[in-house]
Design a protein around this ligand. Structure first.
Ligand SMILES: [Zn+2]
Length: 141
């Protein structure tokens, strides 16, 4: 049987500051559970994180975070689009490359759906649609 660990003993833990599995000293325990450890490398005191498991769970957390980030980016475009639709004045104009659009015009595109003109340039305009922004050909000068 392993020797029972207690405060003051050495233990391997994931250090939240060094971001590495390192030797730590146990500071506090609740029953058989290590709760607080002190890193022997940087001297910081933090919650005990067992080495192998913490690495897997932190990988999962990172993946989850990047997925959330991607989702919120899509939500942002949709939010801008929805706000634009709400603010836009005037009727929806069916998209036609022969029209000179104005910023704020609502365009009805046969493929992309409803869009709002964000910017106009020579012979094109930037239109935000529900999923993303697209450059459309127009008669702008
Ligand atoms: Zn450390």
């Amino acid at each position: 049987m392993d020797k029972k660990l207690s405060a003051g003993d050495d233990v391997d833990s994931y250090c939240t500051r060094c971001r590495l599995d390192l030797g730590h000293i146990i500071i506090a325990m609740i029953g058989d559970k290590i709760v607080k450890v002190k890193c022997k490398t940087c001297g910081s005191t933090h919650t005990f994180r067992s080495t192998g498991v913490s690495r897997i769970s932190s990988t999962v957390r990172r993946t989850g975070a990047s997925e959330r980030k991607a989702t919120s980016m899509v939500a942002t475009i949709e939010a801008v689009w929805q706000a634009g639709i709400a603010e836009a004045r005037g009727p929806e104009v069916p998209y036609n490359m022969g029209i000179a659009f104005k910023v704020g015009d609502i365009i009805g595109h046969s493929v992309f759906g409803k869009g709002i003109v964000q910017r106009t340039e020579f012979r094109k305009c930037l239109v935000i649609f529900r999923d993303k922004e697209r450059m459309l050909v127009s008669s702008n000068t």
